[in-house]
Design a protein around this ligand. Structure first.
Ligand SMILES: *Cc1c(COP(=O)(O)O)cnc(C)c1O
Length: 358
């Protein structure tokens, strides 16, 4: 029976990518296009060199990223989106027998990587109000993964707490997934100088509007990054193709545009949060490019279906504790106005139109 010899896994379920035009607030993509500089760089790239393998060390891109953040290329790793970076981190850093710890409610890829690589893990429940209590992680472990700000809750941890935690956790690798850090919260990046076992992971998919290019990166001590590269070179030396190397470098060089799109998303988030509260939605203060909401008057799944019928896609996770929540990405102001209007109708809180009877 050949199937007995097969690795069977429950895969991660990505958010839907409908092929037609809908209001898409389900995968936390940036609602604005990438920088013009990225488009120019891609247009002008030397495509004749596609016959050659790309630089396996990705030195140019690592240098651009390192310079931007004030670290060295030896502290910097790049990969095919932060999913690839995180997957390599799991494979490289979590090879012990003790369980790797991460929250029960967090990025739902962590348990998938742990499972596919056969890494023992244990999930630690978030508190009642959906926050991470770091003292709960002070136990024997083979590594720790903290998403900050956390997904899908959007809650963030103060740096002082993370630093105190790292002081106590120096016997295993601690990964801090900062996919949303540009939208709020405090980065742990500076702590890589102090803690050799810290790995900070970032992505260009959200705040740099490049989900389609697939570029993620990580920072850590030179020693930690060497271990990560050893594993990467044991799986696939040429992860980064010419367009992603060229496009990602160009994105890092357009600071003004980056600041502009991030501040637009944050401004829209603040405005929409107030209006969602007025509609009766409950949620904690979001530090990311999404809000994670629940409504006491209508089950989340029902709202999800009604929105979907009207071509508005948000994310619903059919998982314990968060079944009655929806994660709504922050889109453009027009998209969010359309969402708010539709929610008003769905919840029956819309002012009655003229001529309408009960
Ligand atoms: C989106 C996301 C990622 C993966 O992003 P990539 O597109 O693979 O870079 C990783 N972690 C979290 C928490 C995310 O939300």
């Amino acid at each position: 029976m050949w199937e007995d010899q097969i690795r069977k896994v429950v895969p991660y379920t990505p958010g839907e990518q409908p092929g037609r035009k809908v209001i898409k607030l389900n995968t936390n993509e940036c609602p604005y296009p990438p920088s013009e500089r990225v488009i120019c760089a891609l247009r002008e790239a030397d495509y004749e060199s596609l016959r050659l393998y790309p630089d396996p060390l990705c030195l140019k891109l690592r240098k651009v990223i390192a310079d931007y953040y004030g670290v060295t290329p030896e502290n910097t790793f790049v990969g095919v989106g932060s999913d690839d970076v995180l997957s390599m981190c799991f494979l490289a850093f979590f090879a012990g027998k003790r369980p790797v710890l991460f929250p029960d409610i967090t990025y739902s890829f962590y348990d998938v990587w742990a499972s596919v690589y056969g890494i023992p893990f244990r999930t630690i429940p978030l508190t009642e109000d959906f926050t991470i209590r770091l003292s709960d992680y002070d136990r024997e472990n083979g590594g720790i993964v903290i998403c900050n700000p956390n997904a899908p809750t959007g809650a963030s941890k103060p740096l002082s707490e993370l630093e105190a935690f790292l002081e106590r956790q120096q016997n295993s690798v601690v990964i801090v997934d900062e996919a949303y850090i540009d939208f709020g919260g405090e980065s742990a990046l500076r702590l890589i100088e102090k803690f050799e076992n810290l790995c900070v992971v970032r992505t260009m998919s959200k705040s740099r509007a490049l989900a389609g290019l697939r570029v993620g990166y990580a920072f850590g001590s030179a020693r930690l990054i060497r271990y990560l590269n050893d594993v990467k070179f044991s799986v696939n030396s040429y992860t980064m193709n010419l367009p992603s190397l060229v496009g990602a470098a160009a994105a890092m060089e357009d600071e003004a545009y980056f600041q502009e799109i991030v501040s637009r998303v944050v401004k829209t988030r603040e405005r929409v949060s107030k209006q969602l509260k007025r509609l009766g939605f409950q949620f904690c203060d979001p530090a990311a490019n999404f809000v994670f909401v629940t409504h006491p008057g209508k089950p989340a799944e029902e709202i999800f279906d009604l929105l979907r019928q009207r071509d508005i896609y948000v994310r619903h996770f059919n998982r314990e504790r968060i079944r009655n929540f929806l994660r709504i990405s922050i889109g453009t102001d027009e998209e969010m106005d359309c969402l708010l209007k539709t929610l008003e109708e769905i919840l029956g809180t819309a002012p009655r139109r003229e001529g309408e009877t009960t």
